[in-house]
Write a protein that binds this ligand. Structure first.
Ligand code: NAD
Ligand code: MN
Length: 362
């Protein structure tokens, strides 16, 4: 029996609810594997409640502890009472940057049965993947406030974007490698290098240099404002989209909304060199407006478990889980955010049921 050690960090709000659902699915898969694999979880209570009690979002040795695991399964952070920059930097970014998970993968997929907000004739067959630079860029954390001698009402704050050649090159190369595994073999790079003439021009130059090593991959370069429109107008032109930390963050919310809801989007924070464990989480946040009601959509988090299975080498199980999710939405078992009337647990139950059908067939 292969044993996988998983660190579970549910976090805040709906994060707790949807991670619990993901664990149910993982447990079911392990049970059905007839001893092929099992999961051993350690739950960590880090998040905003932990912060209010301890004055920090994560224990001092927390990030280091994560190195002992095969993967990290993450919910979401953020809750009223703790400033969002404190909760984000204190936990999610502390882990991503601390473990050098420099590639964030965010597929955009149009699930059957989910009302989409796009009128493309071939919407069922659209799917693209956003590759987000996850270690620097606009989220470098470099900056400052309260510069001396400015006087009341004249405060100046500086927020610096950091672009290194190494950081640009590895994420761009990763995008090209990803494109090679896909049908169309196309990479679209997104910057704002007309306005941001230092870091993003460096990005563009690295993109052009790396692209010459991949003559078999089609390329495209866009400014982010135009790309936002392209997501809506011509999504069929997209396959692998690579962008900086902030731009890909924004575009992934747009992509998930087009395909139905933030609640269905999955993501993986990878250290592609495999030196540190990777972290799997939905794209959405803690959704305080619906937390505690049992109505959150668990699909984003459950589909992230599918990305985790794939990463752990359980490719068949990953595929089966993803197919079970598609079968569930296809049958109209939908939460309220995507036009249904089912609760969180109903959707998980249906996914598990469909999983048995999928695996029995195999
Ligand atoms: P959000 O993603 O939490 O919510 C945006 C909207 O989408 C809300 O209307 C919410 O109800 C809906 N939504 C989100 N997830 C859903 C789900 N699973 N099912 C159904 N509906 C869902 O973004 P926000 O409101 O901007 O932020 C709320 C908090 O989350 C803030 O504290 C923010 O800092 C934090 N946040 C954390 C992460 C993270 O942990 N990775 C990401 C984004 C935001
Ligand atoms: Mn986001």
């Amino acid at each position: 029996t292969k044993k996988f050690k998983i660190a579970v960090i549910p976090g805040d709000g709906v994060g707790k609810e949807v991670v619990a659902e993901g664990i149910k699915v993982l447990d079911h898969l392990a049970q059905e594997s007839n001893g092929k694999f099992e999961f051993e979880y350690d739950h960590y209570p880090w998040g905003c409640e932990y912060y209010l009690e301890h004055g920090k979002m994560i224990s001092d040795d927390g990030v280091e502890k994560m190195r002992d695991y095969d993967a990290i399964y993450f919910g979401a952070v953020g809750f009223p009472g703790v400033p969002d920059h404190v909760s984000l930097w204190g936990l999610r970014l502390a882990i991503c940057q601390g473990l050098d998970q420099w590639a964030n993968i965010r597929p955009v997929e149009f699930l059957p049965g989910v009302p989409r907000r796009i009128t493309h004739p071939d919407a069922d067959n659209l799917n693209w993947i956003l590759i987000r630079e996850n270690s620097e860029g606009e989220y470098s954390g470099i900056g400052g406030r309260n510069f001396d001698g400015r006087g009341e009402g004249k405060e100046v704050a500086v927020q610096t974007s950091l672009f290194t050649e190494k950081g640009c090159e590895r994420i761009i190369r990763f995008a090209f490698e990803t494109a090679r595994t896909r049908k169309r073999k196309k990479v679209t790079s997104v910057t704002k290098s007309n306005a941001q003439q230092y870091g993003m021009v460096l990005w563009d130059e690295v993109f052009e240099r790396v692209s010459r090593e991949y003559p078999d991959v089609e390329t495209d370069q866009w400014l982010v404002d135009a790309m936002a429109a392209q997501f809506v107008m011509h999504p069929e032109e997209l396959e692998v989209v690579v962008a900086s930390n902030l731009f890909a963050d924004i575009l992934s919310d747009l992509g998930s909304a087009l395909s139905g809801s933030l609640g269905i989007a999955s993501s993986a924070n990878l250290n592609p060199e495999g030196r540190t464990p990777s972290m799997f989480e939905s794209v959405h946040g803690s959704a305080p407006d619906i937390a505690g009601k049992g109505i959150a959509n668990p699909i984003g988090t459950i589909d992230s478990a599918s990305l985790m299975l794939d990463h752990l080498g359980l490719e068949e199980e990953a595929k089966a889980l993803h197919e079970a999710i598609r079968a569930t939405t296809g049958k109209g078992i939908l939460t309220r955010d995507i036009g249904g009337n089912y609760d969180t647990e109903d959707v998980t139950g249906a996914i598990i049921e469909n999983l048995s059908v999928v695996t029995d067939k195999a």
